[in-house]
Design a protein around this ligand. Structure first.
Ligand code: HEC
Ligand code: HEC
Ligand code: HEC
Length: 305
């Protein structure tokens, strides 16, 4: 939630700035694609100026497999207009507020100049030295290059639920719900965008990888919610009829899940923001304190060190 508020605040701040609109206008229009002659940018500029910015600020999410790979020259070159649009017109990319003014103007200059061309007018391609990783399956590749950028840390990135070792029925159901727009996440529809980019086959592949992936890969999640574990435990028996392993109820595993995620989920079921016939009845009567206690208790039940 705090993330979202910061995001909105920063985009408002930026769009209200006195010079923001002027600069964007100067960039659009004919000077965008029809730059006469050779671009002032050499190929090395991509390596030396744009690549490092995208590596630090975008590649957390944009590493291909679902989202465009901004570390790949060809992809960047064919998407210049889209990048301009999302970064400077709509200003809705999560990182926009975290780009420095210098980084913004470097990206703008690059976009305005277009792709560097050689004398025959062909776009030139730099030799990027990105080490190639080998993955055992497409599912693993999707998980490592895409999902784990957000879902990979047990620590404070507590909005992102841990997925490793979750049941496959549950993961498939949720991915489909995000894809169809039946479930909308709290963070600017991040998962809706991700899930829409996956084919049905890729959903099967990534889920099959995630269900067998080591749930302790990142150790224990930290608990930013300070609930009372003993009181949470006392209330937890009403949950286990559905949430214990292998009972065929289709409910997810919640032991060891991040506490903030459990807290947010229960609060959303309670308010009706997230729809579930089962959980609405359960969460409805819970007080905020009880929700905190349950979140801390279930999170503390991690089997990881
Ligand atoms: C926290 C994750 C995240 C970060 C960081 C991020 N993006 Fe995105 N981006 C997304 C998601 C998710 C989508 C797809 C959903 C959407 O369109 O909103 C997307 C879509 C886009 C698109 C539209 C792509 C298309 O094919 O239509 C562009 C352009 C883009 N991002 C540019 C950037 C740039 C440039 C950066 C770095 C300055 C960046 N993004 C940083 C998550 C991120
Ligand atoms: C840009 C960040 C981002 C990326 C990349 C991302 N996710 Fe998510 N994901 C989220 C957020 C945020 C939520 C929490 C949504 C909510 O609170 O409702 C989420 C929730 C989920 C859930 C629901 C889990 C639960 O316990 O209810 C599943 C399943 C999921 N993601 C699967 C994936 C898969 C598979 C991938 C890779 C193909 C992926 N995600 C990539 C941000 C991301
Ligand atoms: C009648 C069965 C049932 C009971 C009882 C129940 N749950 Fe659930 N719970 C579900 C189902 C089914 C889902 C999946 C909802 C969906 O499809 O989005 C769920 C989802 C959740 C989620 C979201 C997890 C995630 O990864 O997104 C949390 C957290 C949760 N339940 C906590 C609890 C707690 C705490 C209790 C006890 C106070 C409880 N549940 C009792 C059936 C139940």
């Amino acid at each position: 939630m705090r993330f979202l508020i910061t995001l909105i605040f920063l985009s408002l701040l930026y769009s209200c700035g006195p010079s923001g609109h002027m600069k964007v206008e100067a960039l659009t229009g004919e000077n965008f694609s029809s730059s006469p002659g050779l671009s002032p940018f050499s190929i090395a500029d991509f390596d030396n100026t744009i690549f490092p910015i995208f590596k630090e600020k975008c590649s957390q999410c944009h590493t291909g497999a679902g989202l465009p790979n901004w570390l790949d020259y060809d992809t960047v070159i064919t998407s210049l207009k889209k990048i301009e649009d999302r970064l400077f017109v709509k200003q809705d990319m999560p990182m926009i507020g975290k780009l420095s003014e210098k980084e913004k103007s470097t990206i703008k200059d690059w976009i305005a100049a277009g792709a560097p061309k050689d004398a025959s007018g062909e776009a030139k391609k730099p030799e990027l030295k990105i080490p190639k990783k080998v993955y055992k399956s497409h599912g693993e590749k999707l998980a490592v290059t895409n999902c784990f950028n957000c879902h990979g840390k047990a620590g404070l990135d507590a909005f992102y639920p841990l997925l490793n070792g979750q049941t496959s029925d549950y993961l498939k159901l949720q991915l489909q719900a995000f894809k169809d727009g039946v479930r909308v996440d709290n963070l600017a529809g991040l998962m809706n965008g991700v899930a829409k980019a996956l084919t049905d086959k890729e959903i099967d592949q990534v889920v099959s990888y995630l269900t067998s992936a080591d749930p302790c890969q990142w150790g224990k999640a930290t608990d930013p919610i300070k609930g009372d574990i003993a009181s949470g435990k006392a209330k937890s028996s009403m949950c286990m009829g559905c949430h214990s392993d292998g009972n065929g109820m289709g409910a997810p595993k919640i032991e060891g899940q991040k506490a903030l995620y459990i807290f947010e989920s229960l609060s959303n079921f309670k308010s009706g923001k997230r729809d579930s016939a089962f959980m609405k009845g359960v969460a409805g009567p819970l007080t905020d304190a009880e929700i905190k206690n349950l979140a801390s208790y279930f999170s503390s039940q991690s089997k990881c060190k």
